[in-house]
Design a protein around this ligand. Structure first.
Ligand code: DUC
Ligand code: ZN
Ligand code: ZN
Length: 472
């Protein structure tokens, strides 16, 4: 691979932006210097990436994806190969996906199976969280092994989905205690699944089977209630760190903000779908068109002020991270199950390719700063999940994961424009945003440029993660 100079751009980090050139040697960044500093090789001596007029940002870190996730008799439509290729097209150089365990299964068996699925497939670097869907003596005993031996420093629990992934409050408390003791982070799907299942059954019995009822049976109050309970359980478990995934409702954000204001170690993530899409404009569309937008937590009403509040939460750091919860399903043999009612539709939408572009649009519209874009999409996710400073920032010694982003261009998302996710539709069809991913470098290798995708499946490496850097 050798040496590369990324020349002429503006390097952006959470703390500022500078005109600087970046020298890469093999897989690492070795210098970030004043333009044309003596330490740099002369023009023509080594390979160059021309970044003039562009932002030079760390490779995106998406800490919430589900490639080839089994859901009932279906599987999410992006494989590790196709999904990480789409991620690369979107300026993402690291994903954190999930290994899974359910009642009666052994944690390390699920992890081994997930390794086998991803091995040799990924275009970019990847890591795993561990979902614990069956909290019992056996799974609890396996948790410390995850961080001590397997390089996995976060578990995910569910307060939704009774009968599959659901944990009751006692199970959550026990898992938080064990994870906290081991120095791991507990991630939480915070929705009151017991109450939601009652509302779902009532809606179906009443003939309310359209996609919009997916949203109406998962009201914001039940996200907020579960978020509140998770916060309290984390306190009782020993003030252990807690990370709320896919936060969508203002009321849940208030719970997180209150906890953080009280000095609690609570972090939260939101996703682009909650910042841009709504119950009325998307989920309420007829038939399969609405079903395409079924995801949990659900899209929220535009008549409330969720989107405005989420952007404010990102500004204030009550929302620390933007991830995607990328979990795509096709319309054919997937979302078309809406013909059997909303409860039959697989849960999830795709977005791994568009997070960097969509959140940059928040810079253009004045919602967040350029620095905050980098912080929420690259640096903080890397820190919180134990990958910084190797990932998430352009500093000497870090992996040479770099995106050259051109603010002068525009990008049209969706099948009529840019679309590399393995989906027969795009939730983002027709949206045009400012800026474009110009060049993507992963561990010193140019994997995307004007000539297309060069990264090959299998070049991505599994990342063993350290303890989470929380407490902020
Ligand atoms: N939660 C997730 O985090 N991903 C997919 C489905 C869900 O409910
Ligand atoms: Zn979830
Ligand atoms: Zn998810």
């Amino acid at each position: 691979m050798g040496r590369i100079v990324v020349r002429g751009g503006t390097v952006v980090s959470p703390s500022g932006r500078w005109r600087a050139d970046v020298l890469i040697d093999d897989e690492r960044i070795v210098a970030v210097t004043a333009p044309d500093a003596a330490v740099l090789p002369a023009a023509g001596e080594v390979a160059e990436v021309d970044a003039s007029g562009c932002y030079v940002i760390p490779g995106g870190v998406d800490v919430h994806t589900h490639m080839q996730l089994p859901m009932g008799d279906l599987t999410s439509s992006d494989t590790f190969a196709s999904g990480t290729a789409a991620a690369a097209w979107g300026g993402v150089t690291t994903i954190v996906d999930f290994a899974s365990q359910q009642v009666g299964e052994r944690v390390l068996d699920g992890l081994e199976a997930r390794h086998a699925e991803a091995e040799g497939q990924c275009v970019i670097d990847y890591a795993f969280h561990q979902t614990i869907g069956g909290v019992d003596d056996d799974s609890l005993a396996a948790i410390p092994t995850l961080i001590e031996r397997e390089g996995i420093s976060s578990i995910k629990l569910f307060m939704a989905y009774p009968g599959t992934y659901y944990s009751d409050d006692g199970q959550i408390l026990r898992a938080m205690q064990v994870a906290g003791e081991a120095g791991m982070l507990t991630m939480m799907h915070a929705e009151n699944g017991i109450a939601i299942d009652v509302l779902r059954a009532q809606a179906m019995a009443a003939g309310d089977t359209d996609a919009i009822h997916h949203g109406l049976t998962r009201p914001p109050e039940l996200e907020a209630e579960a978020t509140h309970r998770a916060v309290q359980l984390a306190k009782v478990a020993g003030n252990v760190p807690l990370y709320i995934v896919h936060l969508s409702a203002s009321q849940a954000l208030e719970e997180v903000a209150r906890a953080r204001h009280a000095g609690r170690n609570v972090l939260a993530e939101t996703c682009p779908q909650y910042l841009y899409l709504s119950l009325e404009d998307h989920l309420a569309r007829p038939g399969v068109e609405g079903a395409a937008y079924i995801c949990s937590t659900p899209l929220r009403s535009r008549h409330d002020h969720h989107q405005k509040d989420l952007w404010a939460g990102l500004r204030r750091d009550d929302l620390a991270v933007v991830a995607t919860d990328h979990c795509p399903f096709c319309l054919v043999d997937g979302k078309d199950r809406i013909s059997e009612g909303f409860t039959a539709v697989p849960n999830g939408i795709g977005g791994v390719e568009h997070r960097m572009e969509l959140i940059y649009q928040g810079v253009v519209t004045g919602e967040i700063t350029l620095e905050r874009w980098v912080e929420t999409c690259c640096t903080t996710p890397a820190r919180v999940f134990g990958m910084h400073p190797r990932k998430g920032e352009i500093v000497p010694g870090a992996d040479a994961d770099i995106v050259v982003f051109d603010p002068r261009r525009t990008t049209t998302l969706g099948r009529a424009g840019k679309h590399h996710m393995a989906m027969d539709h795009s939730p983002w069809e027709g949206i045009t945003v400012d800026g474009a991913i110009d060049t993507v470098i992963s561990r010193g290798e140019v994997i995307v440029d004007a000539n297309g995708l060069h990264g090959r499946p299998g070049r991505g490496r599994f990342l063993r993660r350290d303890r989470p850097a929380v407490l902020r």
